[in-house]
Design a protein around this ligand. Structure first.
Ligand code: SAH
Length: 220
C-alpha cells in the first residue's frame, strides 16, 4: 500500500484549494451516486486528478466527465473510476493488473489501495508520461509496461484483481487465465454499445455479472 500522510499529496505539499476541489468532487459526484467504500472515497479525495490532464484543462479537471489526454485517448469520468474500483474490491494485500494506463489516474487510485499495481499501455508516449507523473507523485508500488494488454503480463500472473479501461468485443482469454482462482476482473465489453462486466474466477471458469452501460475507447 502506498505510504502517504493523511491529506498530504505526494511531492505537491498541502494545497488547500486542491484538497477542497477534490472533496467537492467526491461529495457532489461520487457519494450521491452510491459509492460507499470508504477506502475508495479516501483515495478519490487524495489523488490530484488535475495533474493527470493537460494544463489547458486544469479548470475542468474536477468536472463530472471524461477529458482528452492526447493521442485520441481520454481520462475516464471520476464516477466511473470510483465505480470500477469499488466493484473490484481492492484489498491492501492485492496484486492488481491494469490494462490501459492512459493518464495514470486510475493507476494512482489502485496504487493507493493495493500492494502492487502492474499497468500495461500500448501507446508509448502515454506510458512514459504516466510513469514520470506517478513517480513524481512518489508512488513506488507501480510497474509499467508498453505492450498489447490483451496478452496481460504473464510473468507476474496470477493477479488478485484485473481492470481493463478500454472496450473489447470479447473478454480476452489471456486475462482470464492470469486471474487467480477467486480473483475478480472488471472490464467494458461491446462495440456500438458497451457495458461493464464484472466477474469472478470460480473453479477455473469466469462467472460474469452485467453492471452499467458505459462508453470507453476501444481496446486495440
Ligand atoms: N484508465 C485511463 C483511461 C485510459 S483510456 C485513465 O485513467 O486515464 C484507455 C487506454 O487504453 C488508452 O490510453 C489506450 O491507449 C489504451 N489501450 C487501448 N488498447 C490497448 C491495448 N490493447 N493494450 C494496452 N493499452 C491499450
Amino acid at each position: 500500500m502506498a505510504d502517504m500522510a493523511e491529506g498530504f499529496v505526494r511531492g505537491h505539499g498541502n494545497d488547500p484549494r486542491q484538497t477542497e476541489a477534490l472533496a467537492m468532487m467526491v461529495g457532489a459526484q461520487i457519494e450521491p451516486r452510491g459509492i460507499r467504500d470508504e477506502r475508495v472515497l479516501q483515495a478519490m479525495r487524495k489523488v490530484p486528478r488535475r495533474l493527470f490532464v493537460p494544463e489547458d484543462l486544469w479548470d475542468a479537471a474536477y468536472e463530472d466527465r471524461p477529458l482528452e489526454i492526447g493521442a485520441g485517448q481520454t481520462i475516464s469520468q471520476p464516477y466511473i473510476v470510483a465505480y470500477m474500483t469499488e466493484c473490484l474490491g481492492v484489498e491492501s494485500s492485492d496484486s492488481v493488473l491494469e490494462i490501459g494506463t492512459g493518464s495514470g489516474y486510475q493507476t494512482a487510485i489502485l496504487a493507493e489501495l493495493a500492494s502492487q499495481v502492474y499497468t500495461v499501455e500500448i501507446i508509448e508516449n502515454l506510458a512514459r508520461t504516466a510513469k514520470e507523473r506517478l513517480e513524481d507523485l512518489g508512488y513506488n508500488n507501480i510497474r509499467f509496461r508498453v505492450d498489447n494488454g490483451r496478452k496481460g503480463w504473464p510473468d507476474e500472473a496470477p493477479f488478485d484483481k484485473i481492470i481493463v479501461t478500454a472496450a473489447s468485443d470479447e473478454i480476452p482469454p489471456g486475462l482470464i487465465e492470469q486471474l487467480r482462482e477467486g480473483g475478480r476482473m472488471i472490464l467494458p465489453v461491446g462495440v456500438a454499445s458497451q457495458e461493464l462486466i464484472e466477474g469472478e474466477k470460480q473453479h477455473g471458469t469466469f462467472q460474469t455479472h452485467r453492471k452499467i452501460a458505459v462508453r470507453f475507447v476501444p481496446l486495440v
